[in-house]
Design a protein. Structure first.
Length: 687
């Protein structure tokens, strides 16, 4: 397999493809049912699935009642199992099918794992419902009552028990456990112990009949269990063909990953159904590694966990190019759903206000000093400050806003700063810092002071430093706090002037809010009618303004900025994507590039079979993605940690994390970036 094929394969990047299959059954007709199971397994195999889950008692049908006690039916089920075993020799996926099995005089409701012509294990149902419409104890015995841990089945000695995990030795982190229907409805499902023992893919063969609102309850159960166990959870319920003498069936299929619904089958379909999704096994492993409470639970339940048995098998996953089926959100910090975005903005805004209110109350200060540039970050910090004053019943005039033009300040941003401050009713002033910058440049004998057009980093930092120096002196003079404005994206990239520069403040409300979310926050606030029309109009204009530090003069008389931040450090939408995956999940750069290409490539060229989000018109080639990922890793790991080690206080707002040294990110300032940069070299520039 060449490098491009390897890169373009989900298994290279820690994913596994799984399928939930809802066959059409005939009650008490194992020959027909096994043929339907095989047909669906072949469909799933053609889509390169690694695991195929079928419903409870899918070989016999669930609604057989006392027919389960007929030897003829049980013999036919064994013949059907043999048929599926034979078919599995030419199929890649592990098949999880349901069948009644008689063991030493007792009948068990079982989940069989079949792969490559063998039955790897048999899991009996532990909890048998015997209430309301259920009377399973009439036909079946509980698996916990069986003293055997192996049984004879079709001439083989097969592991038997609810403590089995199927471990794919050639797919890292793919460890599978099965439980059956009611097992999930209990306070401590068997899958909980399996997860603590290392299972990452939990499966449920179910025959849950449908009643009003039950589908919602199933979703909640699967979401809860996948989240609590930090796992994937597959659920397959009985569907078309089951007896409707007293009950009805909807064929509900679900695929969850750590509380997130990836795929759901269409319910009440008259024919067989199949859903497929890609599970991020590495992401699950990363989350488990971080969660100390997960490992504490392993210790607490060590006796039960130690009993779990692992059964190894070789999957031989597809090696050719296998693109990702699941969506990779272009904007992981920004929900695509409008209702979710509304909630995200509401919570972020109020967390910031609450944090600032507490800091003012605790410090005894009633005034704030804010540098207002007319850009995104200072705008959002200012409206947070204004709303905080409202909540504290303090006049907005207690906010001392200063716009501080220098060599490259555009008339548009300066005008927007004044309009914004005036519309909010704060104390607004302008200080021209160019004279003090001139003095500083002259004092340090900078070439610019000698008439040379040298606009180096020091030229820029003098301006940033002068602004912050003024703000701190103004705060001291007015008994106020300096409100920081820098956002999470800038902190991640180190795009800030250290010390007496925009790096420092008394409290920073934006420190864990990424640039891509701030744009939506400002739009959201403008739509809430919390401020007057003038304020809302200027907020919209600020969001639409090109992002620039405005530190280097242009070559002509136009008011367009000579600097465009994203030309230097990369598109914020890409860098926020990189920031999210690398800091939140610790994944390799190659996987970040794989996900980014899936999210951002030009699908009109037919490279990826997915529907792209519509939040951005931009598209990036793999070469673009690789280049800006290298910029990110160099800046993040190599040159900017010392700035993060000395960040001022500020509230964490999202599970995506913050980079505070007192919070989510604690790293040495003098680490090397070579392992990340070397890994990036192996990413191809095209497929």
């Amino acid at each position: 397999m060449n490098k491009n094929q390897s890169f373009n394969n989900i298994y290279t990047h820690g994913f596994a493809r799984v399928a939930v299959c809802i066959p059409e059954v005939k009650v008490a007709d194992p020959a027909y049912n096994s043929s339907q199971i095989i047909a669906l397994a072949e469909r799933a195999a053609s889509q390169s699935a690694a695991v195929c889950l079928f419903p409870e008692l899918s070989i016999s049908a669930y609604s057989c009642g006392d027919l389960f006690h007929q030897d003829t039916l049980l013999d036919a089920c064994e013949e059907a199992i043999e048929k599926i075993k034979t078919a599995s020799r030419s199929l890649r996926p592990l098949l999880l099918v349901g069948s009644p099995l008689q063991v030493e005089g007792a009948l068990y409701n079982c989940a069989l794992a079949i792969h490559d012509g063998k039955v790897l294990g048999v899991v009996p149902k532990t909890f048998l419902p015997n209430y309301r419409e259920f009377y399973e104890k009439r036909q079946f015995a509980s698996g916990r009552d069986c003293l055997l841990n192996e049984i004879d089945l079709l001439g083989e000695r097969v592991p038997f028990g609810s403590d089995l995990i199927y471990n794919a030795v050639d797919v890292k982190h793919l460890r599978i456990h099965s439980e059956i229907c009611e097992d999930l409805w209990t306070p401590i499902p068997p899958s909980s112990y399996a997860a603590l023992a290392g299972a990452t893919l939990l499966t449920n063969l179910s025959a849950s009949n449908i009643t009003i609102d039950k589908a919602r309850y199933r979703r909640d159960l699967c979401a809860r269990q996948s989240g609590a166990c930090v796992s994937a959870y597959l659920y397959a319920a009985a569907g078309p063909g089951e007896s409707t003498t007293d009950l009805a069936w909807d064929g509900h299929g679900l695929i969850f990953e750590n509380d997130i619904l990836l795929k759901e089958a269409g319910r009440f379909t008259p024919e067989a159904d199949l859903i497929v999704a890609d599970i991020d096994l590495e992401r699950l492993s990363q989350d488990r590694m971080r969660l100390t409470s997960f490992h504490d639970s392993v210790s607490v339940h060590r006796e039960q966990v130690a009993k779990v048995r692992r059964i190894d098998f070789t999957l031989n996953p597809a090696e050719a190019g296998l693109p990702l089926l699941r969506e990779a959100d272009r904007f992981p910090f920004v929900p695509a759903n409008n209702d979710d975005l509304d909630t995200r903005c509401y919570e972020t805004y109020n967390i910031q206000i609450h944090g600032l209110q507490k800091r003012l109350t605790a410090s005894g200060f009633t005034k704030l000093v804010v540098g207002v540039s007319g850009g995104l970050d200072s705008t959002h910090a200012l409206i947070v400050a204004a709303k905080t004053m409202d909540r504290m019943n303090l006049p907005r005039a207690n906010i001392l806003g200063y716009t501080m033009p220098a060599y490259a300040t555009s008339s548009k941003t300066k005008s927007n700063a004044h309009i914004l401050m005036e519309s909010l009713g704060i104390t607004a002033k302008e200080i021209d810092i160019q004279p003090s910058c001139d003095q500083m440049l002259e004092d340090i004998e900078h070439p610019y002071a000698k008439g040379e057009e040298v606009y180096d980093v020091n030229f820029e930092n003098v301006q940033a430093g002068e602004r912050t120096s003024h703000l701190f002196r103004l705060a001291g003079q007015n008994h106020a706090l300096v409100l920081g404005t820098g956002d999470l994206s800038e902190i991640g990239l180190g795009w800030m002037t250290y010390g007496v520069g925009d790096h420092m403040s008394h409290y920073n409300v934006n420190c864990s809010v990424p640039k891509t979310l701030i744009q939506h926050l400002i739009r959201w606030i403008a739509d809430q009618d919390e401020f007057d029309a003038d304020t809302c109009n200027v907020l919209t204009d600020i969001v639409d303004t090109e992002i620039s530090p405005e530190l280097v003069p242009g070559e002509d008389s136009s008011d367009e900025p000579a600097q465009k931040t994203e030309d230097k450090i990369g598109p914020y939408e890409l860098q926020d994507f990189n920031l999210y995956w690398i800091t939140r999940f610790g994944v390799r750069p190659s996987k970040v590039a794989f996900l980014a290409y899936h999210a951002w490539c030009d699908v009109s060229q037919g490279k990826w079979p997915s529907t792209l989000p519509t939040e951005s018109r931009n598209e990036y080639t793999l070469e673009d993605i690789k280049h800006w990922l290298e910029v990110f890793c160099y800046r993040f790991f190599k040159i900017s940690q010392f700035k993060r080690s000395a960040l001022p206080d500020g509230p964490k707002v999202g599970s995506g994390g913050s980079l505070s040294p007192r919070g989510d990110w604690r790293a040495p300032s003098d680490a090397e970036a070579e392992v990340w940069l070397e890994e990036i070299k192996n990413i191809p520039t095209e497929l």
